[in-house]
Design a binder for this molecule. Structure first.
Ligand code: HEC
Length: 145
């Protein structure tokens, strides 16, 4: 007969809690994102004090035309193109890998890279840093298509 000790019970309980936590994250996360993108978005959501972000708002920001930034870069699509699943290119013609997580699963998982390019690109396009909510919405959009 197998007798469980108290510590085995505690171990089983913690395994169940951890599994439940990840199931919860998966349930609320955008369709195409992997666990790493989910964690990045969850962190932004915690910072913004919301449960999730609107992919529709993210799409409007990413696809839209803005003022306040440099006249030669009025949209994220200037470099990333209207189709985030396609390759983009810089102003000097250097190729940029697709932004959609479905086409490029390595997107948004390096926090330093993410912060650097958000800072640089938001300043170019809207003339300021993007807010936490804007970042969350953009990443939710790009993780859901
Ligand atoms: C002048 C060209 C240009 C414009 C305009 C531009 N980007 Fe980028 N973006 C780049 C380049 C170049 C990279 C770095 C190369 C790469 O990640 O493939 C990059 C990288 C990024 C990254 C980092 C991706 C990662 O994997 O961590 C994010 C996020 C991003 N851009 C968002 C935006 C948003 C949002 C806008 C509009 C506000 C925008 N970009 C406008 C050129 C641009």
């Amino acid at each position: 007969m197998i007798r469980k000790t108290r510590s085995q019970d505690a171990l089983l309980l913690s395994v169940a809690l951890v599994a439940g936590f990840f199931a919860l994250i998966a349930a609320f996360s955008p369709a195409n994102a992997g666990p790493k993108q989910d964690a990045v978005i969850a962190k932004l959501a915690a910072e913004a004090g919301v449960a999730s972000f609107s992919a529709k708002n993210g799409e409007a920001f990413f696809q839209g035309t803005h003022t306040g930034g440099k006249p030669e870069t009025t949209s994220c699509t200037t470099c990333h193109t209207k189709n985030p699943r396609a390759m983009g290119k810089t102003r000097v013609g250097k190729p940029i890998e697709p932004m959609a997580v479905s086409a490029n699963p390595t997107r948004f998982i390096d926090p330093e890279k993410l912060a650097k390019w958000f800072r640089r690109n938001c300043n170019s396009v809207v003339g300021r840093e993007c807010t936490t909510t804007e970042k969350g919405e953009i990443l939710t959009y790009l993780s859901s298509i």
